[in-house]
Design a protein around this ligand. Sequence first.
Ligand code: HEM
Length: 242
Amino acid sequence: MTWLYNFLFIALPYVALTVFLIGTIYRYRGTKFKFSSLSSEFLEGKKLFWGSVPFHWSIIILFFQHLTAFLLPDAILLWNAQPLRLLILEVSSFILGITAFVGLFFLIFRRTTTSRVRAVTTSMDLILEGILFIQIFLGLWVAYGYRWGSSWFASALSPYLKSIFYLNPQIDVVAAAPLVIQLHIALAFVIVLLVPFTRLVHLLVYPLAYLWRPYQRVMWYWNKDKIRNPKTPWTLFPPKNN
Ligand code: HEM
């Protein structure tokens, strides 16, 4: 099994990080406009709201929670030193995991059942959503099956992740971890590897300027209810100003 662990926890991370770095730069330089997650909101909005909002809020918070355990393990351990605080962190993270899972389920359901959205869905969109679905499921399994993950992440997994970046991989802990945890870690590297080839690249171009730019005001030049009504007859001249 040593060769498999070497592959999954040493080779795969380096391949993933290299492909991520070179691939994203290459894609950004080559296809700047398509360096995004092309919106399908115009095609369908209601189901999108119920999937996208819970999924994004939960996964963003969980991402920063993972990042804190990785970069500031001592801070997490200090927080967890109080049982009540540990419980608050674990329960709230688990609820966020479930919200992300349910939100993603709605997004997959919408993509596969709404014909207008299906028409603009690529196989890569479905593969990515499938992998994220499995990854979140594994995360929930890890959290539920191997309690107080936030503490042992900080004390055992953070050193492993750091050892990758220090170019001195130490895989003893992950090689001895239960299978579900190993799968959760390996799949995370697969997701990193897939970033440049999927709509996940939009993570890197988050439109932060939207937070401080002025509101846009959309003014209709015509009566939109009338013009959208299929029974309204077609006219040779543009509609009058509304
Ligand atoms: C694409 C990357 C990843 C995604 C989407 C993801 C997602 C999740 C989710 C949804 C949970 C359940 C929520 C929770 O209770 O915290 C979770 C838990 C967990 N994840 Fe990840 N994860 C990712 C990468 C990683 C990596 C790289 C590691 C470690 C090397 C990791 C280690 C853990 C651990 C230890 C838990 C349990 C935390 C706890 O019990 O509080 N995850 N993950």
